[in-house]
Design a protein around this ligand. Structure first.
Ligand code: TTP
Ligand code: MG
Length: 366
């Protein structure tokens, strides 16, 4: 007799307007007001989150704060407090791990849980999702939305379907009716660039995508064609892989011979800044902290670090920061055997992540 694997039970949990919700929790007087978490509107900074009231004015994550103010002059701007968000993130992840070790963390406020087998021996994923939401609220005072489905992509879309404080369960027999009307932009991994490419081909919804042959999609989109083809049929076999976001990105080098002068060191740092910035950019992130590491010829190691109010938007920004940090070392006066740059303190600028850079493809290709 043919063995049919039982469907998996995946829960996707995503906090509601995360950074803004944390700030509103801590400033109850501001509830109901349009609010953006981001830098000052007269700086080059971007909105990390807009409260639901602010979203009514068309403000969204990734928009410049200057534009947000134009859309809504009475909008309040609150600087991000990453330490607070990280703390909440640790709280919710601790809750997740009480249910399963199969937790794939996507960002501070978002994770997939495979609860097919779970530590509570609870067969109903719906009941688990309800309980997890309640536990999160009790521990943090914040609401989360959850999606329950047999695979990651449907669970992800489901968690978004009833925001805020939502719970949406999509059973296997409901999947096609649920996904067919969706615009392709809703598919995880499809960003604005791919969406525009698909639109040119007349493909706007999942139903449109479903009509395309595998050959056609592979011809148009290479490796991603297969992913699109499967997604359009509600198929997503990616396993939930326990994974945690990297905390820093860096590059360093021990030189073939010690460097005594600043000039060649600056050349190296320029190159290094470019490499590290590019790596970060490929992950769709921006950083606020630059760390310079210098090891002198006598093996003494020093680090110099600076955290900026604003994100570093280019490799030139990173290079300039590294140069300023270099001034705070004895490089140029003492020979240096190793130098390196690390970036940390991230903004997960996921909106700018396009298909090629989306981690889910990197993982399944590996
Ligand atoms: P999201 O879960 O995408 O958004 P959200 O939690 O603010 O709102 P929603 O209720 O729609 O889920 O992102 C989580 C946090 O990540 C968000 O609060 C701020 C941060 N973030 C950025 O810093 N930049 C971005 O471009 C996005 C999309 C999010
Ligand atoms: Mg969220």
């Amino acid at each position: 007799m043919e063995q049919v694997a039982a469907p998996r039970k995946i829960i996707h949990v995503d906090m509601d307007m995360f950074y803004a919700a944390v700030e509103l929790r801590d400033r109850p007087g501001l509830r109901g007001k349009p609010l953006v978490v981001g830098g000052r509107p007269d700086s080059r900074s971007v909105a990390t989150t807009a409260s639901y009231e602010a979203r009514k004015f068309g403000i969204h994550s990734g928009m410049s704060c200057a534009q947000a103010r134009r859309l809504c002059p009475q909008c309040l701007f609150i600087p991000p407090d990453f330490k607070k968000y990280r703390h909440v993130s640790e709280q919710i992840h601790a809750i997740f791990r009480e249910y399963t070790d199969l937790v794939e963390s996507v960002s501070l406020d978002e994770a997939y849980l495979d609860v097919t087998r779970n530590k509570k021996n609870e067969p109903s994923a719906t009941r688990l999702a309800r309980e997890i939401k309640a536990r999160i609220f009790a521990a943090t005072g914040l609401t989360a939305s959850a999606g329950v489905a047999a695979n990651m992509f449907v669970a992800k879309i489901a968690s978004d379907a009833r925001k805020p404080d939502g719970l949406c369960v999509v059973r296997p027999e409901q999947v096609m009716a649920f996904i067919r009307p969706l615009p392709v932009l809703k598919i995880p991994g499809i960003g604005r660039v791919t969406d525009a490419q698909l639109a040119k081909l007349g493909i706007r919804t999942v139903a449109d995508l479903e009509k395309c042959s595998l050959d056609f999609l592979q011809e148009q989109f290479g490796k991603s064609g297969r992913y699109f083809f499967d997604i359009a049929r509600g198929i997503d076999e990616r396993p939930v892989i326990p994974w945690h976001e990297r905390q820093s990105y860096g590059a360093e080098e021990t030189f073939a011979s010690d460097i005594a002068k600043q000039g060649p060191l600056l050349d190296f740092l320029r190159d290094c800044a470019g490499r590290v910035f590019m790596e970060l950019q490929e992950e769709g992130k921006l950083a606020r902290t630059v760390t310079l590491k210098i090891k002198y010829a006598d093996f003494q190691l020093v680090t110099r670090r600076q955290t900026f109010a604003d994100f570093l938007f280019s490799s030139e920004d990173v290079f300039r920061a590294a140069c300023a940090l270099l001034e705070r070392t004895e490089a140029g006066r003492r020979p240096v055997r190793l130098a390196g740059i690390a970036l940390s303190n991230f903004l997960p600028a996921r909106q700018r992540v396009e298909l090629a850079a989306a981690p889910l493809f990197k993982k399944s290709d590996a």
